[in-house]
Design a protein around this ligand. Structure first.
Ligand code: TYD
Length: 138
């Protein structure tokens, strides 16, 4: 996987004076079956989270409220995706280093995963990530 495989996906949006509505469907807008959903909230402004890679877990990240940047790194190239609209989602395949940075105060990040939470699926050491990547293990 490379950063070319990361996709910013525009979601359906029903604008309505009563309040807008968007939605996501698995195997449609989200290109995997969802096994897990979690969210990051009460974030102090300027914070960063999630500097790690997953061996197997694919992700779909939505800035439900506020804004933050997702930095994706395939060991050779890096790309920054600014998420600040609730009708866009970022698909991040497994095997990429990713970090979420510059959270705006009280932003809300919603994340869908293709796997249940498994501690061993995380790669938290960037050097280990590069070794696995360079050896074609991830
Ligand atoms: P983690 O993914 O490590 O967050 P970050 O990379 O931003 O530091 O999650 C923080 C803690 O939450 C971690 O110790 C384990 C727990 N956790 C779960 O139990 N289930 C989950 O689905 C997630 C995402 C985290």
């Amino acid at each position: 996987m490379t950063i070319e495989d990361v996709k910013l996906i525009e979601l359906p949006k029903f604008t309505d004076p009563r309040g807008n509505l968007s939605f996501v469907e698995q195997l449609n807008h989200i290109p995997f079956e969802i096994k897990r959903t979690y969210w990051i909230y009460d974030v102090p402004g300027g914070e960063s989270r999630g500097g790690h890679a997953f061996k197997k877990n694919e992700e779909f990240i939505v800035a439900l409220s506020g804004a933050f940047d997702v930095v994706v790194d395939d060991g050779h190239n890096k790309m920054v995706f600014s998420l600040n609209r609730s009708y866009f989602g970022l698909y991040v395949p497994a095997g990429l280093w990713r970090e979420m940075i510059d959270f705006s105060t009280n932003s809300l990040a919603l994340e869908f995963g293709s796997e249940h939470y498994v501690k061993e699926d995380y790669i938290r050491d960037y050097k280990v990530f590069l070794e696995l990547k360079n050896n074609g293990k991830i």
